[in-house]
Design a binder for this molecule. Sequence first.
Ligand code: SIN
Length: 275
Amino acid sequence: MTPLSPAIGAELHGIDLSKPFSDSIFDEIRQCLHEHLLIIFREQTLSPRKHRDFTARFFDLESHPFVESISGYPEIIAIVKEPNEHKNWGGPWHADVTFKEAPSIGAALYACEVPPCGGDTLFANMYLAYETLSDGLKRALQPLRAVHYSGDPGIFHTDFKGMRPKSARAENATHPVVRTHPISGRKSLFVNRMYTRHFEGMTEEESRPLLEMLCDHAQRPEFTCRLHWCDGTLALWDNRVTLHHAMDDDFNAMRTGQGFRRVMHRATLAGERPV
Ligand code: SIN
């Protein structure tokens, strides 16, 4: 096992996820996920079925509310950036689907087609984001809840030509700003720039200064790691206590319209209500 950074992420070696392996090896993998919040497996060859079956060992799976699944696999979506597109669909820092009452507890992203350089994903550790706040701010945040809003799913997809949007309604949900992980019992910060709109009982304008401060704090470089993908990399993260951010760094696409293609398959773990 090789850590990606002191804050988050570990690469696991010597496991072929396409082959059967024992429950005790699986327990070690799960333990590593709880410790490092993001685990990486390199040089995998995973059909959608193998990808789904491995991910389903962790928890039930669910389909994405706004993106059509790939054929035959309701739990897997394709995240596609075409060569003429500059932005990745998973752009700004976020946790997945926090606009749902029960946001997904994790996801497994498999790199099908990635460039030799570019299209990396950053991850951040939200336990650290909480633990490094002052005691005074921790006390102030404890009773707060925040409203998370999806935005209009139609608009959400017009910029991403490679994606297959579902026809769906906007969703919102209210969650605690500080949540407690059901397994570790540790507290983490639970806001993100993509979906958290305002604190319950306050306007967006009133909420903005503190929300901005918390989002900036959560993205501090020392709380993060940077994952460079190769074809066949699989990354699985705990969505309850992490943020992620797909880099929009295809500058050839921006300048000339001829950049790289990036295709990922994402299997999404079902959700639980944050407490
Ligand atoms: C996501 O937000 O799930 C996608 C991240 C990525 O494509 O790197």
